[in-house]
Design a binder for this molecule. Sequence first.
Ligand code: SAH
Ligand code: SF4
Ligand code: F3S
Length: 493
Amino acid sequence: MSTQYISTEESLRQAGFLVKNRELLGDGKKYHIITFGCQLNDNDSEKMAGQMEAMNLLEAEELAEADLVVINTCSIRENAAGRFFGHLGIIKNLRKDKPNLLVAVCGCMMKQEVHVDKIRRSYPFVDMVFGPQDIYRFPELLNRRLEGSRRVYDVGMEDTVAEGVPVRRERKFRALSTIMYGCNNFCSYCVVPYARGRERSRHQAEVLAELKALADEGFSEVMLLGQNVNSYGKDLPASNEQGNFVELLTKAAEQSGLKRIRFMSSHPKDISLDLLDTIAAHPNIERHIHFALQSGSNEILKAMNRKYTAEHFLNLLAEARKRIPDISITTDIIVGFPGETEEDFQDTLRVVREAGFDQAFTFQYSPRPGTPAAKLEEVPADVMTERFNRLVEVQNENSLRAHERLVGETVEVLIEGLSDHSESSLTGRDSAYHLINFTLDEEVFAELGLAETDWVRRGQALEGRFAQVKITDAKTFSLQGELVGLAPQGRVG
Ligand code: SAH
Ligand code: SF4
Ligand code: F3S
């Protein structure tokens, strides 16, 4: 199936539904979105929030206050799916007291018939069901429900790229920009290619225009998103000026005016030396690459259909560190893929020790219906848990060691707000994506006119600003520091 490009004009046609819906919904109504899964889902939820605000709906902090609830689902592992049905159970009860509550469910789970059937049978109060490719037509689907359809189940099967959808940015410190949709890799355990369709890239000019607009709005940091950003552009006609990911990243770094550009994720089979050189040459591209190892055993990598070896992965990592000495490297690892022997697992431990990742997201294998690996015999649960614990221990040592190397250095932190762990410290990240908590003297707050303000508001006031922070202490998952200086507000650079 070929890609359907939805232009801003078509989005404006959808805006017609926004106006109609505004009238049908009336004033003062509230929405609440529950989002599971990855940043792609976060960005989709930002778009639905943008559409709902264009319908004059206000955000409800609490689920109980909402008149329209949207649940954006994730299907990557069984526990994400389980949590979704748990939430639907809560909403079922809520709906008993609030019969007019509108309930919409969307996201990756909706591309699997088995889940949609379960909703149809067991949760008949759900008003709307649609998929990740349908976010742009949310206004139209809602309109059908508001104009009388009892239920609107409409999961689009077309692979779309929609421009011009209104967005309500969730954070002041980091904007998200999905540069490509879908995935062509079909790793044998993964549901994403079935849920999100084939790879399709936005046009380079559209992405660059969005980045420029974000910089003009005052965003310092943007994260470029895709399941494998390194294959950006491969689906676009080579004859025009679209270019590949390296070209997009270079133009983004040189033309957008953004202070910090991040990207997620990179597939090890597609990371080029060109990409590493581009990062090295541009200080406003983050000093961080996230690329997933998944396993250190070549047998298992083959069974996973990953198309690289552990040796290739380690070579790439060495090249990255050679070319960009201050780079941090994070990864994803799956433990207990079907057929994984103790020897295979030892290979993973060996590669993890050698790689010295700054951080690793470790997962226990979860069979996903419809994927090739789901047909294979599973590793017993107790073996999987035991291996998982051993892996976490090895990686925690890596993380602590990587953090300890930073003690005494001064780094530039983009403030994300108040720290979760302490009421009187701020949190943020440096260019290498390290999580840094730091304190500020009362004198600094006095200079900022925040002497009498409570900590929550202090966090909000400083969100999105850059600070120079001296690292004083290293922990496994974070760093501790103290303020050296705060950059003037609104200044980029
Ligand atoms: N496109 C990204 C991965 C996105 S999914 C990439 O290839 O790097 C995020 C992570 O979830 C994957 O890297 C993998 O480690 C994990 N994952 C995916 N499917 C899984 C499954 N069935 N069971 C356990 N973990 C899984
Ligand atoms: Fe899933 Fe593999 Fe695609 Fe990543 S590259 S989304 S793991 S199929
Ligand atoms: Fe989940 Fe879909 Fe993202 S399955 S991880 S929300 S692409």
